[in-house]
Write a protein that binds this ligand. Structure first.
Ligand code: P71
Length: 458
């Protein structure tokens, strides 16, 4: 039997949740145009839409909110955050932002010119869209085994280093304003990137004079996986692993809504002073003065404290074990997931679960809807709806290799019994999988389609 880790915390505040009837959910889903983003949260029983901004904050973080200094300039919480960021990442400069995508916007506005390419192991949706919005081309160079949902390789988030070098030579380093790595790799199953791969990515990019940025929202989970899976780091404190990860990069974008355990917040950090000055200009234009960047002083304090809490090894053992439990239970029921389970989520493999539905008929979306109907559970499609793109030359739709439904686990929020009820709903769904039909769009916007598209069942 799968093992469940004991929580290294106890519960002080509770929030009621409510189960609906299947008949109610059918009507709710129809009214939502079969897009779970359009369903009211109160109509969801277990909400696994995202691990972003959904954490339960600690008593220390809530206490920190009460010492928020709401001065416009130079509030004390900025300096607490600065101390945390500099100590953990080692980067010299940073600007706070209201969340990760704002950091991406500022970074790409300062660096990407139309026609240029930004390679990464795999871009997530907002990074991809922010590169495109600058007229750039996001390029995914994930190593082959990361695309095989059945491979048990330890570091399936690794970038293909040979492909990166070949790509730079092909387009010319002058057309690559920066390179990135997403740790952990969210679009590819929440899989970690190895230390060797982070180091090698930095080396290749730097050889061509190209800056290297980490998309670091899940850096602590990535660091913990390195401790678990790379024997050379088995006895290294996670904080030191994280510091080494950052040491190979020139900066990072961070959505603090993940590993920093807050409900809102992010930052952009870097070593380059000239870039920092340009980032400040963009920040003042879009987010706010550089000592608050679109956040209240209290939010900065919660991020500062959350960054440290997210690196606590007892917490990380629980966190990774909690996600692992859900994955192991699903595997026990023979339900196809992307293996091994990720750090923040378990991903159902819609291609193997619904082999009778072609990608053009959106099997991931169909599965997402079915899971809601079955158990009031909200996951998110990470497949053709999120990532299929029209080939600019042929006009044909190019579908992603992975067609997934992510069950993202909010931090410190759900118990083992909640996860068991998710497994139960998946088991019932799996029993009736042959009856599940595909879907088609009734509305699809051009950018970041998944948030607002509408569908109907075929
Ligand atoms: C996640 C999210 C947020 C999201 C995305 C799609 C549907 C629902 C929720 C955000 C990320 C991320 C990575 C690797 C940058 C951002 C943007 N993830 N990089 O996974 O995962 O950060 O949301 O704070 O703007 O659910 P932001």
């Amino acid at each position: 039997m799968a093992k469940f880790p004991v929580e290294p915390f106890r519960i002080k505040v509770v929030e009621p949740i409510r189960q609906t009837t299947r008949a109610e959910r059918e009507e709710i889903l129809r009214q939502a145009g079969y897009n779970l983003f359009a369903v009211q949260a109160e109509d969801v029983y277990i909400d696994l839409l995202t691990d972003s901004g959904t954490s339960a904050m600690s008593d220390s973080q809530w206490a920190g909110m009460m010492v928020g200094d709401e001065s416009y300039a130079g509030c004390r919480n900025f300096f607490n955050l600065e101390e945390a960021i500099q100590s953990i990442t080692g980067f010299r400069y940073f600007v706070p932002t209201h969340q990760g995508r704002a950091a991406e916007n500022v970074l790409f506005t300062c660096t990407v010119e139309p026609g240029q390419s930004v390679p990464s192991n795999m871009h997530f949706d907002t990074t991809q869209a922010n590169v495109i919005a600058r007229g750039g081309e996001p390029v995914n160079l994930l190593a082959e085994e990361g695309l095989d949902p059945t491979s048990h390789a330890p570091f399936k988030g690794d970038l293909d280093i040979d492909k990166l070098e070949a790509f730079i030579q092909q387009v010319g380093p002058e057309n690559v304003p920066l390179g990135m790595l997403t740790v952990t790799n969210n679009s590819g199953g929440g899989q970690p990137v190895s230390m060797a791969n982070i180091r090698a990515t930095g080396e290749v990019l730097h050889r061509y004079g190209i800056p290297f940025f980490l998309d670091a929202c899940r850096f602590a989970e990535n660091a913990y996986f390195i401790k678990l899976r790379d024997p050379a780091y088995a006895d290294t404190p996670v904080l030191d692993i994280a510091r080494e990860m950052f040491s190979y990069a020139d900066g990072c974008t961070m959505s603090a809504k993940k590993d920093a355990l807050v409900n809102i917040g992010g930052f952009l950090a870097m070593n380059d002073e000239a870039l920092y000055q340009r980032a400040c200009q963009q920040l003042i234009l879009r987010e706010g003065f550089p000592t608050y960047g679109g956040l209240a002083g209290r939010d900065l304090e919660a991020v500062a404290r959350g960054l440290w809490e997210g690196l606590d090894e007892q917490y990380l053992a629980y966190r990774i074990g909690h996600t692992r439990y859900l994955g192991d239970r699903l595997v026990e029921e023979d339900i196809p997931i992307l293996e091994p389970p990720g750090g923040h989520a378990v991903y159902l493999d819609a291609k193997r679960l619904l082999p009778h539905i072609p990608q053009s008929q959106l099997p991931g979306q169909a599965l997402t809807c079915e899971l809601y109907l079955e158990g009031g559970i909200r996951g998110v499609e990470i497949g053709s709806v999120m990532f299929a793109r029209e080939d600019p030359e042929t006009g044909e739709m190019v579908y992603p290799s992975l067609e997934l439904v992510r069950l993202a686990i909010p931090r410190r929020v759900y118990t083992q019994a909640h996860l068991d009820s998710v497994v139960e709903a998946c088991r019932r769904l799996y029993g009736g999988r042959e009856q599940i039909r595909g879907m088609r769009y009734t509305y699809a916007p051009p950018l970041l389609r998944h948030f607002t598209a509408q569908f109907e069942p075929l």
